[in-house]
Design a protein. Structure first.
Length: 252
């Protein structure tokens, strides 16, 4: 089984040790993983931190099975961090954009030029771009539409498929748009299937971010759980969704 949406590193105040996270994923029977570093969302992050994390993982796990994505952030523009140098130095298998953690200003010429470079490089190399989506205007599925429309050979994966109706609209308009099931409610999964786009979905969990939001709540007396327990819950959902998607494919 594949988990196409896993994270390592710093998330808010919590450190998720990279090798521990991927060790838990491996022990759960997951054979193929796509991961990126949430340390990229830390204030004043420097790429050397990210590079160190990814290098540590790739030294332990083969990148053809544990595939890192390069989470590109706007501050890298002024740091001179380029897609070409990053891919030359580490075996990245894709690019990630997170417009909630890092706002992209589509009125800023430097941001526009950078995005054209990222999408152009993805098109030339054949790697996908994973894009965080959410409810606010700056992270909705159509936010990067001008690039999705121009670079039709780039597989653009809308993480979380939020909002779901706008995601479905993007599926209808662009054949190069896909989604993933990370933090995707089953009701929204069914809406995507009913619209005829179940085959456009990749299975993913967002682990260990799932743990961060369910690790215990003092107000509701919800008990804390371990990372291993959380991923057991995550993989149960993953397996359920895999069965649902397989069934929808057979019916079609």
């Amino acid at each position: 089984m594949t988990d196409n949406h896993v994270h390592i590193g710093q998330f808010c105040e919590t450190w998720y040790e990279p090798l521990e996270v991927l060790g838990i994923v491996t022990e759960a029977g997951i054979t193929d993983v796509v991961y990126s570093s949430t340390t990229s969302g830390k204030d004043e992050v420097r790429y050397k931190e990210i590079e160190h994390e990814i290098r540590e993982v790739t030294a332990e796990y083969p990148p053809d099975k544990m595939e890192p994505f390069f989470w590109y952030i706007p501050p890298y523009i002024d740091e001179g961090i380029t897609i070409e140098n990053a891919f030359q130095n580490l075996p990245y298998g894709g690019i990630k954009l997170h417009p909630r953690c890092h706002r992209w200003n589509l009125q800023d010429r430097k941001h526009l030029d950078c995005l054209h470079t990222l999408f152009g490089s993805a098109q030339d190399s054949g790697v996908p771009i994973l894009i965080h989506t959410g409810e606010d205007d700056f992270e909705k599925p159509a936010f990067f539409e001008q690039f999705i429309a121009e670079y039709r050979d780039v597989r653009c994966i809308l993480a979380h498929c939020r909002p779901v109706l706008e995601t479905i609209a993007m599926f209808r308009t662009y054949k190069n748009v896909y989604g993933d099931t990370a933090f995707l409610p089953e009701a929204n999964l069914q809406k995507i299937i009913q619209a005829g786009f179940g085959e456009r979905l990749f299975l993913g969990t967002d682990f260990p971010i799932t743990h961060y939001f369910t690790r215990g709540n003092t107000e509701t007396n919800e008990p804390a759980i371990t990372l291993e327990q959380q991923y057991k819950k995550d993989t149960a959902v993953l397996q359920k969704y895999e069965i649902i998607l397989a069934g929808s494919t057979e019916r079609n």
